[in-house]
Ligand binder design. Structure first.
Ligand code: FES
Length: 257
């Protein structure tokens, strides 16, 4: 929808993203869905659809409006709330659809194009319809070294086997999710679980589809940490250690005669 004299071509939400295991060179669109390298997001504000939506023309669900306004109130520049605002719209619409983006643009009083630029850049914002439950299997280095690639393939296969449920699942490989200490791990609807084994796959998918807590014993949130005040349950007793002896003379140092 760009005009002939538009400085940049339109952002393409359909520009292909690199997929896990894809070693072929990315297409120019995938490298730069927004246009040439020197073109950046601010330029998008000045091209079509460059019209800030009129609040009289766009219906925004009241709860979504309130959530976006709450995010905007937290920033000196309210437009900095683009990410949480888009995430909120994604929770309502299931993905960052044109309608969702227009509603956010209407509340934030920015152009849909500037928000499309954000949505196409950030991996956790979906620019096409996806299953409502996200299963992000980390395949970055720590998880990969502990078998994440095979694990991811098995999660995909298990999801495919559930023909009825597959459309509800958004199974993806993901870059490091910052929980390398529980590698290999996954984020299931935002809940971190790990270390995962192949035996965990079926119960994990059963739990998420049934709306139950996912793998309760493998959630990062319930893992014990060294700070006792940060734990949700007491540490198990330490194994008995040999008593420390303070009454023995220090070990004699051996000297060469
Ligand atoms: S590499 Fe998987 S969480 Fe960091």
């Amino acid at each position: 929808m760009s005009s002939p004299d538009s400085p940049v071509s339109p952002a393409s939400p359909d520009a292909p993203r690199a997929r896990h295991g894809d070693t072929s060179p990315p297409s120019p669109d995938a490298l730069n869905p927004l246009g040439a390298p020197q073109r950046h997001a601010s330029a998008l504000r000045h091209r079509t659809p460059a019209t800030v939506p009129d609040p009289h023309d766009v219906h925004v669900p009241e709860q979504l409006r309130q959530e976006i306004e709450a995010h905007m109130s937290l920033y000196p520049d309210p437009t900095s709330a683009a990410l949480p605002a888009l995430a909120a719209a994604q929770r309502v619409h299931g993905w960052c659809s044109p309608e969702a983006i227009e509603q956010v643009a209407c509340v934030m009083q920015v152009t849909p194009a500037s928000l499309a630029a954000v949505a196409t850049f950030y991996d956790m914002l979906e620019t096409s319809p996806v299953g409502q439950h996200s299963v992000y299997v980390c395949t970055n280095i720590s998880c990969s070294l502990r078998g994440a690639d095979a694990l991811f393939a098995e999660v995909q296969a298990a999801a495919r086997k559930r023909a009825d449920s597959e459309s509800q699942l958004n199974v993806r490989a993901f870059e490091c999710l910052g929980a390398c200490d529980i590698a290999p791990m996954a984020s299931v609807d935002g809940v971190y679980v790990g270390p995962l084994t192949t035996e965990d796959i079926e119960p994990m998918l059963d739990d998420v589809l049934a709306g139950r807590p996912v793998l309760p014993d493998k959630q990062l949130a319930v893992r014990l940490v060294a700070d006792p005040n940060a734990n949700s349950r007491p540490f198990p007793p330490h194994p008995v250690q040999a008593p420390q002896r303070h009454d023995q003379p220090p070990l004699a140092l051996e000297h060469d005669e």
